[in-house]
Design a binder for this molecule. Structure first.
Ligand code: 1CP
Length: 321
C-alpha cells in the first residue's frame, strides 16, 4: 500500500529526526519504515521505502523533496540541450541503497509476506522532469509531445532504459514483484497514450518479462484500459473511478487486477468502508488474480485503526455460497 507509511505515528516519529530522502538512502532506516505497515496493519506485502524520483540525480536531474509540495526540480528538462545532457541511469552506482534495502527486507519480512520493488512508469517520471513538479494540466509535457515529438521520444527512450536498469537491479536484489507507477497517465486521452507513451511502457515491460510478476499502476485510466491491456503487465491496478467488473471486461480474463477502494472512503464510518470493500470483493470473487488494494495512496490523516480493520476484514472475507 504505497505511502501507507506516512499515516503511521511510528513513521512520523522517525521523520522528526530524518528527512524522507535520508530515510530512503539509509537501508537500516528504509527497511524499518518498509516493515512498519506490515507490523501495524498486517498487509500481505511490504513496498520498499523509496520514491519514484530517487533515480533522477543519477540521470543528471537533481531534485528536492519540498514539504507540502513533493518533488521539485530546479532545472526542468525542456530543450534539445537538456535532453542531450540526460544519462541512462547506472543503478548500482547511483542508488545501490535501494538494492540493499530490498535484500534486508527480504530477510526480515515475516513468512508469506512479499517484497514489492517499484519505479515510475516513463510518462510519470518524464512529467516531473518536464514540469519540474507535480502538475494539474501537464501543459508543458503536452507542448513537448505535440511540438517536438522527436525530442519527447528521445527523452522517453532514456527514461525507459533507466527504468529497466533500475527495476532489474531490484529484481536481482530479491523483489517478489515489480510495480510501475503511472500515477498521472490519466491526464492523457487514448490517442496520445498510444502515440507518445505506450511504445515506451511496452518496452519496459518487455525487457522485464521473466524477472518477477509485473504490476502496472495507474489512476484515471478507465478510458485507457483497452490499450493498457496489451502493454505487457501481469496485473493492472485500477482506481475507484471504474467498477471492477467493467475494468475486467476491458482488460480481459487473462490479466489480474489490483484495486480499487477510494482512499478517501476511509474517512467515512467503518460501516460504509465495509460495504464498499465487500462490493469490491464480491466483484472479484471467482476470478483468478485479484489484489485487494486502494485505488491510490493512503491519504495523510487516515486512521491507522481504520486501515488495520480493513486489512483484517479482507483477510476474513469469504464469498457467500
Ligand atoms: O508506503 C510508502 O511510504 C512507500 C514508499 C513510497 C512510494 C511507493 C513513497 C515515499 N513514494 C512512493 C511513490 C510515489 N512518489 C508516487 C507513485 C505513487 C502514487 O501515485 O502515490 C508518486 C507520484 C510520488 C511522488 C511524490 N513523492 C509525491 C507526490 C507529489 C505530487 O506530484 O502530487 C510526494 C508528496 C512525495 C514525497 C513522499 N514520498 C514518499 C512519502 C512517504 C512521501 C511523503 C512525504 C514525507 O514523508 O516527507
Amino acid at each position: 500500500m504505497r505511502q501507507a507509511g506516512r499515516s503511521l505515528p511510528e513513521y512520523r516519529a522517525l521523520r522528526e529526526k530524518h528527512s524522507m530522502l535520508e530515510i530512503a538512502r539509509t537501508p537500516e532506516l528504509a527497511t524499518e519504515v518498509s516493515l512498519q505497515p506490515v507490523r501495524r496493519l498486517g498487509v500481505d506485502a511490504a513496498i520498499v521505502f523509496a520514491d519514484i524520483t530517487l533515480p533522477l540525480p543519477g540521470m543528471g536531474v537533481p531534485f528536492e523533496l519540498t514539504e507540502g509540495v513533493g518533488p521539485v526540480i530546479e532545472h526542468p528538462v525542456r530543450t534539445e540541450a537538456d535532453v542531450a545532457a540526460l544519462r541512462v541511469l547506472r543503478p548500482e552506482e547511483a542508488l545501490p541503497y535501494v538494492g540493499e534495502t530490498i535484500r534486508a527486507l527480504r530477510s526480515n519480512v515475516p513468512a508469506g509476506v512479499d517484497v514489492i520493488g517499484f519505479a515510475a512508469a516513463p510518462f510519470t517520471l518524464a512529467s516531473y522532469m518536464v514540469e519540474g513538479r507535480g502538475s494539474r494540466d501537464f501543459a508543458r509535457v503536452k507542448a513537448m509531445m505535440l511540438g517536438a515529438p522527436d525530442l519527447w521520444h528521445r527523452m522517453m527512450a532514456t527514461v525507459s532504459a533507466s527504468t529497466i536498469a533500475y527495476l532489474r537491479m531490484q529484481a536481482e536484489a530479491g523483489a517478489d514483484a515489480l510495480q510501475l507507477f503511472d500515477s498521472w497517465v490519466g491526464a492523457l486521452g487514448p490517442r496520445d497514450y498510444a502515440e507518445f507513451v505506450q511504445p515506451h511502457t511496452r518496452a519496459v515491460f518487455a525487457a522485464l518479462r521473466g524477472t518477477a510478476p509485473l504490476i502496472h499502476f495507474g489512476t484515471g485510466t478507465a478510458t485507457l484500459l483497452p490499450l493498457m491491456r496489451a502493454d505487457g503487465a501481469d496485473v493492472v491496478s485500477v482506481d475507484w473511478r471504474i467498477g471492477l467488473g467493467d475494468a475486467w471486461s476491458l482488460l480481459g480474463p487473462d490479466l489480474a487486477i489490483q484495486g480499487n477502494l477510494d482512499p478517501a472512503a476511509l474517512f467515512g464510518p467503518w460501516e460504509a468502508v465495509r460495504v464498499r470493500a465487500d462490493e469490491i470483493l464480491a466483484d472479484a470473487a471467482g476470478r483468478p488474480g485479484h489484489i485487494f488494494n486502494l485505488g491510490h495512496g493512503v491519504l495523510p490523516g487516515t486512521s491507522p485503526d481504520q486501515l488495520a480493520r480493513l486489512v483484517a476484514h479482507v483477510h476474513e472475507w469469504r464469498p457467500r455460497s
